[in-house]
Design a protein around this ligand. Structure first.
Ligand code: AGP
Length: 611
């Protein structure tokens, strides 16, 4: 996620902006920039790397004025570079824009603007906004921004300044967070509260579709059609630490709650509305390569490996390509046989996991085409792959992976649809249905997050909170859900938990079942539902303690379970994304109730960069 800060008033915009950007550093970034309107017009300084480099550059090249915007970039389109860092400008460099989000139709807009003679300086989606504002600008910046945003689809929080309007700071929001701060004869904008909290605690939480004209006198808010909007001014009570977590007690809980928005971002720009098809151009795999591919290798570690298992099930079911799934730490030592025309899909949130990197090198040395699913733009995994699918999930700070996992599963669903379409194993109707169901997933995740009472209640029940161990069981698509649920619980609560294929219980594990050993059973409606219910009954018959994860409306499951957590009806192949959320919350709340260090569990690192 990028960070934006803006200011209008008598203070030094650079001082306000850089203070704010430093407060947003926890969000992760790879470059930054500041633009100020001063007596000589619009001036700007940009820098790749850490903000301390930017501080140095600003010392050498001071920006003076009373109006400015700044940005820390977490790259989604275009590699980290000065050219791609924000602010972005119109052709005459009289208008500057900073942006957090993704303009989904930037490709079409860019083509239209280029056809009209616009020359682009960057590879970013953001730059189209600056040129659109310029296109509609006739002296009123507020009006031009409102008009420009009517052409844009996707998520944005933007700040816009113009050297010919030195008394106006314009900001707008759709999908990405934005706040406006009110001072005495001054105004602020920020991506979230920490950015401006040093200067004011009187803020407005801007809502989707609203555009703000901020002057020293105050704020005017309208929707893009010019209808006036009134907003309540709230007073921030948080301390600094709480502000970085936006009020959540831990980054992990914040990131669990981001998943609806994250999954929309993962989809953004990848589904072509008009042709009902998936577009993963950055994978750099030609359709001919997809058609010729005889085998796919998926390689990852930990949670990413669980996402890889979801990917295996989807690809084999719908694209009919055999998939070999490996733990990277095993792949690198088993002398893998990689046939010609093989594709490897490494999966890595950090893009720096040593075992996964080594697996990539082995696969490349044996002729495989490597296209990775990775969150960190410009990371080693991304650089050493032939192509990438960036998860667009924003930085994940909690050591326990949550939004990265569901985003990785979403990436595999996108890839599966594309692969099936190209290889002809999915017809137009199936593709349209799978895309429709995929687009419905983020709202279903939000619905789960709105209804957490049951999970919170279970997490405080001694029989679960104080358990010495637990099983997580699932079948088919939700076998990886069981593995992931177990990993979440064990890595942050320190309660030993094992994920198992439910059909395996009779082959040994059921010996452990007692009435003090909880068994979490994923029993959503689908191909293996009846089999799963049989497994649950076998455990219940042995006095098992069962929490079932089931589909809303399924009353019968209650007879076989001690407790049931419901999730919305869902297209079964995508259910691992939904199932992950209550299991993340269960692990989180049990761990928080036990007083664990949820964001930094003992012995763990966010990225395992050594063997
Ligand atoms: C997941 O909760 C863990 N933090 C860990 O298993 C992680 O998924 C694994 O280390 C892989 O990391 P990566 O995705 O950055 O490669």
């Amino acid at each position: 996620m990028c960070g934006i800060v803006g200011y209008i008033g008598d203070k030094s915009p650079v001082e306000v902006i850089m203070t704010g950007l430093h407060r947003l550093e926890y969000r992760g970034y790879d470059s930054s920039g500041v633009a100020v309107v001063g007596e000589n017009g619009l001036d700007c300084v940009k820098s790749v790397g850490k903000l301390k480099i930017m501080d140095q550059k600003l010392e050498e090249h001071p920006l003076k004025g009373n109006l400015g915007i700044g940005h820390t970039r977490w790259a989604t389109h275009g590699v980290p570079s000065e050219a791609n860092s924000h602010p972005h400008f119109n052709g005459a460099k009289t208008i500057a824009v900073v942006h957090n989000g993704i303009i989904e139709n930037y490709y079409e807009l860019r083509e239209q603007l280029q056809a009209a003679g616009v020359v682009f300086r960057s590879q970013t989606d953001t730059e189209v906004i600056a040129h659109l504002v310029d296109k509609y600008y006739e002296g009123d910046l507020f009006a031009a921004v409102k008009r420009a945003l009517k052409d844009c689809e996707g998520a944005y929080a933007i700040g816009v300044i113009c050297q010919d309007n030195p008394d106006v700071l314009v900001a707008a929001r759709h999908g990405s967070p934005l706040i406006v701060g009110l001072g005495d004869n001054e105004g602020y904008i920020g991506s979230d509260v920490p950015a401006i909290m040093k200067y004011t605690r009187n803020v407005m939480y801007i809502e989707n579709g609203h555009v703000c004209e901020i002057t020293r006198a105050g704020v005017k808010i309208e929707d893009v059609d010019g209808n006036p909007v009134s907003m309540e001014v709230k007073t921030v009570e948080w301390d600094d630490a709480a502000a970085e977590k936006e009020g959540y007690p831990h980054f992990m809980l914040k990131e669990i709650h981001q998943q609806g928005a994250v999954l929309r971002n993962t989809l953004a720009g990848r589904i072509d509305e008009h042709s009902d098809s998936v577009r993963l151009t950055d994978m750099n795999i030609a359709p001919e390569e997809l058609k010729a591919c005889g085998k796919i290798f998926i390689v990852a570690c930990g949670t990413a490996w669980h996402a890889g298992m979801v990917g295996k099930f989807l690809i084999e079911k719908f694209a009919k390509v055999p998939v070999e799934l490996d733990l990277a730490s095993e792949f690198r030592y088993r002398d893998p046989i990689i046939p010609p025309n093989s594709i490897m899909i490494p999966v890595s949130q950090s893009g720096e996991t040593a075992d996964t990197l080594e697996a990539i090198r082995i696969a490349k040395s044996r002729g495989a085409k490597v296209a990775s699913i990775v969150n960190a733009v410009g990371s080693s995994v991304a650089r050493e792959s032939h192509g990438v699918v960036y998860q667009q999930a924003g930085p994940e700070i909690g050591v326990a992976s949550t939004k990265a996992y569901t985003s990785q599963c979403m990436c595999f669903a996108l890839f599966t649809i594309w692969l099936g379409q190209v290889r002809g194993t999915l017809d137009k109707d199936q593709v349209a249905m799978m895309i429709r169901e995929l687009r419905a997933v983020p709202d279903k995740v939000d619905a789960i997050l709105k209804n957490q009472d049951k999970v919170k209640e279970l997490a405080n029940r001694p029989e679960y909170r104080d358990a010495v161990g637990a099983f997580f069981l699932g079948r088919n698509y939700n076998f990886p859900s069981a593995l992931e649920g177990a990993l979440k619980l064990k890595e942050i609560s320190y309660i030993h938990a094992e994920g198992y294929a439910a059909g395996e219980m009779k082959h040994g594990p059921i010996a452990l079942v007692t009435n003090t050993f909880p068994v979490v059973c994923v029993a959503v409606k689908g191909e293996t539902y009846e089999k799963m219910v049989s497994n649950i009954q076998e455990i219940k018959a042995r006095a098992g303690l069962i929490i079932s994860v089931a589909t809303e409306g399924d009353e019968s499951i209650q007879a076989h379970s001690n407790d049931v957590i419901y999730i919305p009806e869902c297209y079964e192949p995508y259910s691992p994304i939904l199932v992950a959320v209550p299991l993340q919350l269960l692990a989180y709340h049990i761990s928080a109730n036990l007083g664990r260090d949820v964001d930094q569990p003992r012995n763990l690192a966010k990225s395992v960069t050594v063997e």
